[in-house]
Each structure stands twice: as C-alpha cells, then as structure tokens.
Design a protein around this ligand. Sequence first.
Ligand code: KIV
Ligand code: ZN
Length: 395
Amino acid sequence: MDRNRITFFDTTLRDGEQAPGCAMGVYEKLRMARQLDELGVDVMEAGFPMASEGDFNAVRLIASEISRPVIAGLARASEPDIRRAWAALEAARHPRIHIFLASSDLHLQCKLKITREQALEQAHHAVAYARSFCNDVEFSPEDATRSDINFLCNLVQVAVDAGATTINIPDTVGYSIPEEFAAIIRTVREQVQGIEKTTISVHCHNDLGLAVANTLAALHAGARQVECTVNGIGERAGNASLEEIAMVLSVRQAQLPYQTGINSQRIYPTSCLLSEIIGFTPQPNKAIVGRNAFAHEAGIHQHGVIANPLCYEIMTPESVGVSGNNLVLGKHSGRHALGKRLAELGYKTSGPELDSVYQRFMRLAESKKKIYDQDLLSLVPMAAKEKAAATHATS
Ligand code: KIV
Ligand code: ZN
C-alpha cells in the first residue's frame, strides 16, 4: 500500500442525498455515479439499502453498472441491515459493507438505549457477520468526537479484531476542531492493536465550517481515506467538500505531499450535474465551484489578472474544468458559441437538437441578463442528457 495515496470515499449519493432537498431518483443516482466514476473517486457510497426500496434499487443498479471503484452500502450494526446491504451489493465487482454504531454515551443512552458493553458485543458481532459475506468491511463509531476516548478505542478494537478493513472516525455533528481531531486520530492509532493493517478514514460534517480543515488535520495524523461530497452537500451544514479537499491537495502539493486519483478537470462538470439533479447550485462564493470562484469585478483586480492571472488566481479555472474562455453568452450569441459551451459541460449537441436548445436559449436570453452554466444545463433536453450518460458509460 502506498502510504501517501489518499483514498477518496464519496458519499454524495448517501450522506449528501440525506440532506433536505437533495433526494435523487434511481436513474439520477446512476447518472451521478457515472460522473463520479469519471471524476476518479476510489469508493462511492451508493446508499443505505435498508432505508428504502429506492435506496436498495439504486445501490443494486450502481453495483451492477459501475465496475472500477469500490461500491459501498451503509448498514446499521444489525443482521437484517447487513443482509439487505449485501443483497444490494453482491453484484458489485468491488463491494464494501459500511457498518455504523454510536460510540458516545449520549447516543447509546438516549437513542439506542444500550450499555457500552452491549455496544461492544453488537459491533463485534456485526463486523464478523458482514465479513462472512464480504472481505471489505468498514466500521464507523458514530459521534466519535463526543465519545469517551478510551471507550472509542475499545469499540474500534473490537471492530478491528472482528475483521474490519477500514476504520472511519466520524465527526458526526461537526463539533471538533483541527488539533483536537488530529489528537483523536493519533490516540486511536496508538491504542488500538492491529489498526496498522486497516485504513483509517475520516468523515467530517461542517456545522462549524471546519469539515475540510479537520479532514486535512487528520491526514497529518495518519488518516488515509477522506469521506466527502460534491458541493459539500449533506446533513445540516453538509459534509467536507470533495472539490475543496482535492484542490488543497493539488495546489499545496509541497506542504501536503499526497497522491489522489481525482481528475480535477472533471470537478466543475460534476458539480454542475449535481446542481442540475438536485435543483440548486452552491452559494456564489463557494470555493472552487461557486459561480464567483474565478470572477474578478474590481478594476484593480481585473487589471492584475489581465497582466498575469497569478496575481489573483492560485489555480487556473481550466484546472477544475471551468471554461477559461471569456465568451459571455447572451442574446447576441450564436449557435456555435452555445454548442461549444455545452460540449465543455459534457453535452455534445448538433443539428436539430442544437437548434431547439438554441431557440430556448434565445427566449431565456430575452428575459435574463446573465446566463450561467446551470441555466444552460436546464435547457438541454432529457434525451440529450441520457445520451451523454450512456456515452460516458461505454467510453
Ligand atoms: O456522520 C456520520 O456519523 C455518518 C456515519 C454513518 C458514518 O454519516
Ligand atoms: Zn455523516
């Protein structure tokens, strides 16, 4: 195993999809999964099969269609959940069962109403049971960062002893701060025997805006898998944003000498596809993928960027798949410019199909001064999107 290779575990289709307004249908999840495959994620968590029929079907479809990355399905630490997860995953080339069980007294007492001893027994049994189906089993002690550290280590120990191959430390409620989170990872590494045979993962929520900072601190402390979502969507304030982690690792390579499999030029098209599916875009000032992330309005900045983009840009728009050309699309634009921009966004249209998109574009341009990429994507007919998804699948 290369110690400097970071595994990207994307959970847009599971934790991301759990967020208000982010629900996706089975077919939409498949489109997104194909895009995540192109983006180069190592693991994609396709859903929580026990949660609903739709989740089960989506995980099963993705497991049978997407063969390069690991496909994970979430399960509580119970036999019925694990059997359901396995039934959805078994067609996958690289399946993973992801089990979670709370480790904080708050969750054990108030939510699960079990003792610490019962939790230890349940975790051991669940991981061993999952291993009887699948060689790749991840265990997550939910609410790890508000848990008694000795009990957290005991719970992780039983999961390792029962055969867990990845240990994920979630900051479930986004409560931790970077130094503290790094210390938790170090303590787990020091106290749990056999942990070196597993991959340590982190899963940070963004309630205090620290999800990415906590994730990076954990890498310094020895974590080698990062759990994240496109556009940072997820429960409440969201999860650590995939594009932010990927670009920190790319732009600050000298300070963070890790390798990833992420194809950064697919970041923006992936962000746009997600926005189109869930029906809302990230906030304009969102790092990397917000519509202002590479915009310069102040004259003094524009002057600097024209003289040398490095004056105010630490990465090029092209490096994350944002078109570098300055073509502004509006009511004076022609078919050619529109077709070119759509192709950059992943939709090759021509002939009558382009004509009809162009007509809709002109109607929109009459009523809207600035036309953004998301506006353009909303003009592409479903048929063209299905064709693009099918082309990506076979290429
Ligand atoms: O936030 C969390 O604790 C989770 C677990 C299921 C990993 O999403
Ligand atoms: Zn989560």
